[in-house]
Design a binder for this molecule. Structure first.
Ligand SMILES: Nc1ncnc2c1ncn2[C@@H]1O[C@H](COP(=O)(O)OP(=O)(O)OP(=O)(O)O)[C@@H](O)[C@H]1O
Ligand SMILES: O=c1ccn([C@@H]2O[C@H](COP(=O)(O)O)[C@@H](O)[C@H]2O)c(=O)[nH]1
Length: 242
């Protein structure tokens, strides 16, 4: 790797819950956690300020729980938000094992397990080179952790939102269900909204368009992909305003 400086000084990284499960159907894969924490530690070593939002799809999704008839939607969404807290606890410990200072900040107050989210405190911690892991999504049902990631990214004044997921970018249709799907290298938010491209929910995309914060979607399992994105190298799909 060259000695050029990172292009982005402060980032918000969205980690998909589903991708945290690795090759399993659900739960947390220790190998995935280990490689993600190593990649994040590398960025911190380069002086990049890192905020993280973790998803919960590897454990619970409110809409799916409601569909099963287990609970109502609001209860299901609360279970989903609590699932993100569990993923966040695992990520915090994985980072701390690498001697990275880390704060776990929750949108829902959970006593001594997490500290309450505050954008002012988060920015102070980031300036002190502490990683902030934001959990419990937005704290409200009927939202997703994609929207939470964009919201937190805007609040902490991140230069880029990174969506680390199981696919290697944004396609013209879902690549998991269409073999002939074609990947984009670059897109505008308007194109994502007009074509209803499903890689991120449309509320999240609309927020980024309004606040003019770029988004990059890339494969969480690809070695060095996170580093390439932060260095400004070509990776995955970049979504911008124009
Ligand atoms: N046009 C598209 N381009 C790329 N991926 C798409 C597209 N449409 C739908 N997808 C799907 O979006 C998924 C990415 O979402 P992801 O797995 O990150 O889920 P999430 O809901 O954000 O997180 P979680 O797993 O925590 O619920 C991909 O696995 C892919 O199947
Ligand atoms: O702001 C939010 C964020 C999430 N939820 C619930 O949590 C699950 C898991 O989040 P993913 O984005 O799917 O990873 C989600 O399905 C919702 O049920 C929420 O209610 N509010």
């Amino acid at each position: 790797m060259s000695d050029k400086a990172p292009r982005y000084q402060r980032i918000l990284l969205k980690l998909s819950g589903e991708a945290l499960a690795g090759k399993n159907d659900m739960g947390i894969d220790s190998g995935v956690l280990d490689s993600m924490s190593l990649a994040i530690a590398h960025l911190v070593g380069l002086g990049v300020q890192v905020g993280i939002v973790v998803g919960g799809g590897n454990l619970y999704r409110g809409a799916a729980l409601q569909k099963q008839g287990l609970v109502g939607r609001v209860t299901g969404d609360q279970m989903g938000m609590l699932a993100t807290v569990m993923n966040g606890l695992a990520m915090r410990d994985a980072l701390e094992r690498r001697n990275i200072k880390c704060r776990l900040m929750s949108a829902l107050p959970i006593g001594e397990v997490t500290e309450n989210y505050s954008s002012r405190n988060a920015i102070r911690y980031l300036q002190n080179n502490e990683v902030c892991v934001f959990v419990a999504g937005t704290g409200n049902p009927f939202f997703t952790t994609d929207t939470a990631a964009c919201l937190r990214g805007i609040e902490i004044e991140a230069n880029l939102i990174l969506k680390a997921t199981k696919v290697d970018g944004v396609y013209n249709k879902d690549p998991n269900t269409h073999e002939d799907a074609v990947k984009y290298d670059e897109l505008t938010f308007d194109q994502v909204l007009d074509q209803k491209l499903g890689v991120m929910d449309l509320t999240a995309i609309a927020l980024l368009r309004e606040h003019n914060v770029p988004l990059q979607v890339f494969d969480m399992a690809k070695p060095n992909a996170l580093l390439h994105v932060v260095m400004g190298d070509s990776e995955g799909t970049k979504v911008i305003n124009h």
